[in-house]
Design a protein around this ligand. Structure first.
Ligand SMILES: NC(=O)c1ccc[n+]([C@@H]2O[C@H](COP(=O)([O-])OP(=O)(O)OC[C@H]3O[C@@H](n4cnc5c(N)ncnc54)[C@H](OP(=O)(O)O)[C@@H]3O)[C@@H](O)[C@H]2O)c1
Length: 292
């Protein structure tokens, strides 16, 4: 991987990262070791995923220098608020077995969904506590996850340290054009979670536009998805569990979609959304008290 985006603080980040949200990564460093072997150097995790420890174990065993990888993790909704942030960061550092996090994110903008009337204050308070972590050297830079324009605007209005990235669900069939445009207008790099639509049929083989473009370019549907995101200036973080998939997801720099096809993918029917709205739904996942 020698293709990079430049973040708004001037640092570089690989154009494709590796996602670790899945049961199979828990207590299992082998898959992450394979990803390192395939060339991934930017890894996404979260306290919620319970994969920070496996990631830390894999990095240690790989022998790769800490400075040569980018580790991104997130605090969950029950870790928001000034008092909780410092403890949450220390726990993540402990599980990752490192003394700094490259990108530390707020995972979700609203702690209790639509009932959360004080979300603006809580997000700002959480952010200020995260800014302290940067000053202490525990975190290099800050990011957001699932922040739509109104959530991001609140942070931008209240921050002294700007977010470098905003991680959103982005793929053909859920391209969130307005949110991506708002990120770009504010020099925040949009990052795509579930860039392959989590492999669901309507985001892959059941999608006739993607099937047709895969045939046209002689590439897989997944490679079309990733190329689409890259050409829109978005950083995808696909998850894969086999070396064949891992390698194929990096093999997307030798072809280019024409402008009409990028437009076709941008404006195709928006039917592939996974269904978790940051303002109304708190994902039905809880952090595990055993994950300390
Ligand atoms: N911020 C958030 O709220 C949030 C939410 C969800 C996810 N995320 C992050 O985003 C990452 C990626 O999202 P995701 O895991 O939901 O889904 P994804 O990356 O869109 O899709 C993963 C699925 O695609 C398959 N796949 C991968 N490469 C393939 C290839 N080349 N050919 C065919 N199939 C392929 C995988 O199968 P195999 O495993 O068999 O390879 C898996 O079933 C997560 O791991 C996590 O780090 C963040």
């Amino acid at each position: 991987m020698n293709e990079f985006y430049t973040l708004n603080d001037g640092s570089k980040i690989p154009k494709i990262g590796f996602g670790t949200y899945n049961e199979e990564f828990k207590d299992n460093k082998a898959i992450i070791l394979q990803a390192i072997e395939c060339g991934y150097r930017f890894f996404d995790t979260a306290s919620l995923y319970e994969t920070e420890r496996s990631l830390g174990n894999a990095l240690k065993e790989s022998g790769i220098a800490r400075k040569d990888v980018i580790l991104e993790t997130k605090l969950w909704i029950d870790e928001m608020g000034a008092d909780n942030v410092r403890k949450a960061c220390d726990k993540s550092l402990n599980r990752l077995q490192t003394d700094y996090i490259d990108i530390y994110m707020i995972h979700w903008p609203r702690q209790t969904g639509a009932d959360d009337e004080n979300w603006k204050q809580l997000d700002a308070e959480t952010w200020h506590a995260m800014e302290e972590l940067v000053k202490q050297g525990k975190v290099k830079r800050l990011g957001l996850s699932n922040f739509l324009p109104h959530h991001l605007a609140n942070i931008l209005a209240n921050c002294t340290i700007k977010p470098v990235v905003d991680q959103l669900e982005l793929h053909p069939g859920w391209s969130q054009e307005a949110a991506v445009a708002f990120c770009k207008a504010n020099n925040v790099l949009p990052m795509a979670w579930s860039p392959l639509g989590r492999g669901r049929e309507n985001a892959t083989i059941g999608n006739s536009i993607l099937v047709r473009l895969a045939q046209k370019y002689g590439k897989s549907i997944q490679q079309i998805n990733l190329r689409f995101l890259l050409q829109k200036g978005i950083l995808p973080i696909p998850k894969a569990s086999s070396p064949a998939h891992m390698k194929s997801n990096l093999d997307v720099f030798d072809f280019e979609l024409c402008d009409d096809d990028v437009s076709l993918l941008s404006y195709m029917p928006q039917t592939a959304w996974l269904g978790e709205h940051p303002d109304f739904v708190i994902p039905d996942r809880k952090s595990n008290p055993a994950n300390v």
